[in-house]
Ligand binder design. Structure first.
Ligand SMILES: *Cc1c(COP(=O)(O)O)cnc(C)c1O
Length: 427
C-alpha cells in the first residue's frame, strides 16, 4: 500500500500539513479564468516572488534620490550589493562565499570559465560532454575547441546514454574516462540533465576525471535550488548556472559562477575587466590588472543592480526555507506526481526520469504514449486548462512541481486533467 492517495481530499490534507505551505503566498501565481494556473515550469522560468517589485522600487528610489552616492550610501550600497546574493548562492551550491560570484549570464560565464579551465594541448585537446546536452553548452564547447585550432569532429567526445530511458550510468562515465581520459582536457557535465531530469553524482565524476588529469566543470542550470549541492567538497574546478529557473531571479536574470578556492589565486589566463581587479586598489585605476582573489576575480563589469534586486528577494526565501526542508518536500512531492503517473495515468504517460530519489530532482520528463501528434494535443489541451509544463520534441512533457510554491493539489489537478482528456481521446 502506498502512502499516497489519488483524491482531492487527501492532497488538500497534505497541503494543510506541509510545513513549507506559507511560501506559496510569497509568489504571484499566474491567473487562469477565475482561478490560478497550475504552474509546473520552474525548470524554465520560476515565478515572481512578491518581494521583487519592492526590491526593484527600492533601487529606483535610491537612484533617484542618491544617484552616484548610491554606490556608497544607505543600508545596502551598490558597491557591495552583490555580496548578499553571493552569500546566499554559496549556501545553495555548497561553497565558500569567496568561491561564488553572480555575474553575466550562463553562456557567457561558461565561455569565461573555459578561457581559464579549458587549456587544450596537442596530446590533450578534447572536451567530454553528454550526448543531447543543452544546445548552448554544445555550441560553446564546440566553438572553444575550434577557437583553439582543434576539431570538434574529433575532439568533442559525447557520452552516449546507456540506460533504457536515455540516462547515463556511472559505469558508462567511468568507462569513457578510462578509454579517453588521457586525451580529455575538460569534462563538462550537468548537475541535472535538462531533458531526462537525471541527477549526476558530482563528487564521483570529479574524482574519476581528476584521476585522469582532466579539469572538471559543471552546468548547474537545472540543479541550483533543485537538489542539494556541495561543490567545494566535490572538488569541482568550476561551475556555472542561471538564476531564472528554480531560483526565480526573473527572465534573463544575472547568472552565477563557482571557482574552487584552490584556484583563488590562479595564474591561469583569463579575460579581465576592471571589476575583477583587486578590490582594495581597483579605484587607483592603474594600468596593470591584478586579480582580486576568488571567483570575483573573473568579473568584468560592475553588476547590474536592477537585475540583481529580484534575485536578492528570491534568495532570501531560499535562505529562510533552507535546502534541507525544500529537498525533503521535493522528494515527497515529485514522488507523489510519479506515483499518480504510475497509478492513474500509465495508459497515457510514462516517466523517463530515474526513479531513485537520489537520481532525480523536482522534474519528471513524461513521455506521451502514441507519438508526437497525440503528445502535442495533450500538451496544448493542458495549456488551455491553465496547466503549464513544457514541451520537448518529439513526445515529452516536462512537469516540475517545485517545493516553494507547488502543492500536492497541483499534482492531483494535473493527473485529473490528463485522465479526463484521455477518456475523451482514447488512443
Ligand atoms: C537554461 C540553460 C541554459 C541557458 O543559458 P543562458 O545563457 O542563461 O541563456 C544553458 N545551459 C543549460 C544546461 C540550461 O539548462
Amino acid at each position: 500500500m502506498s502512502v499516497y492517495q489519488a483524491s482531492a481530499e487527501w492532497a488538500a490534507q497534505r497541503d494543510a500539513a506541509d510545513p513549507l505551505r506559507s511560501y506559496r503566498d510569497q509568489f504571484l501565481i499566474p491567473p487562469h479564468g477565475d482561478g490560478q494556473c497550475l504552474y509546473f515550469c520552474g525548470n524554465s522560468l520560476g515565478l515572481q516572488p512578491r518581494g521583487v517589485r519592492q526590491a526593484i522600487e527600492t533601487e529606483l528610489e535610491r537612484w533617484s534620490t542618491l544617484a552616484v552616492e548610491g554606490h556608497f550610501k544607505g543600508e545596502q550600497p551598490w558597491m557591495t550589493y552583490h555580496e548578499a546574493v553571493r552569500d546566499h548562492l554559496a549556501e545553495l551550491v555548497g561553497a565558500e562565499p569567496s568561491e561564488v560570484v553572480a555575474m553575466n549570464t550562463l553562456s557567457v560565464n561558461l565561455h569565461l570559465m573555459m578561457v581559464s579551465f579549458y587549456r587544450p594541448t596537442a596530446q590533450r585537446p578534447a572536451i567530454l560532454i553528454e550526448e543531447g546536452a543543452f544546445p548552448t553548452d554544445r555550441y560553446a564547447v564546440a566553438s572553444q575547441i575550434r577557437f583553439h585550432g582543434f576539431d570538434p569532429e574529433r575532439d568533442l567526445i559525447e557520452l552516449k546514454a546507456d540506460e533504457p530511458n536515455g540516462t547515463l550510468s556511472m559505469s558508462a562515465i567511468e568507462q569513457a574516462l578510462t578509454e579517453h581520459g588521457s586525451r580529455v582536457a575538460l569534462v563538462l557535465l550537468p548537475g541535472v540533465q535538462y531533458r531526462t531530469g537525471q541527477v549526476f553524482d558530482l563528487p564521483a565524476i570529479t574524482r574519476l576525471a581528476h584521476a585522469q588529469g582532466c579539469t572538471v566543470g559543471f552546468d548547474l542550470a537545472h540543479s541550483v535550488g533543485n537538489v542539494k549541492l556541495a561543490l567545494h567538497d566535490a572538488q569541482a574546478d568550476f561551475a556555472v548556472w542561471c538564476n531564472y529557473k528554480y531560483l526565480n531571479g526573473g527572465p534573463g536574470a544575472v547568472g552565477g559562477a563557482f571557482v574552487h578556492s584552490r584556484h583563488a589565486h590562479s595564474e591561469l589566463p583569463r579575460f579581465a575587466g576592471w571589476w575583477g581587479h583587486d578590490k582594495t586598489t581597483r579605484f587607483k585605476m592603474g594600468p596593470q590588472f591584478d586579480a582580486t582573489p576568488g571567483a570575483e576575480g573573473w568579473q568584468l563589469s560592475n553588476p547590474p543592480i536592477l537585475a540583481l534586486a529580484p534575485l536578492r528577494a528570491s534568495l532570501e526565501l531560499f535562505h529562510r526555507a533552507g535546502m534541507d526542508a525544500l529537498r525533503a518536500k521535493s522528494e515527497d512531492l515529485t514522488g507523489y506526481l510519479e506515483w499518480l503517473v504510475d497509478d492513474q495515468l500509465s495508459h497515457v504517460l510514462e516517466s523517463l526520469t530515474p526513479r531513485e530519489p537520489e537520481r532525480r530532482g523536482v522534474q519528471l520528463s513524461l513521455r506521451v504514449h502514441g507519438g508526437r501528434e497525440r503528445g502535442r494535443a495533450l500538451f496544448d489541451h493542458l495549456v488551455e486548462q491553465g496547466i503549464i509544463g513544457d514541451w520537448r520534441e518529439p513526445d515529452v512533457i516536462r512537469i516540475s512541481p517545485t517545493p516553494l510554491y507547488n502543492r500536492y493539489s497541483d499534482c492531483f489537478g494535473f493527473a485529473q486533467a490528463v485522465r479526463a482528456w484521455a477518456e475523451q481521446h482514447p488512443a
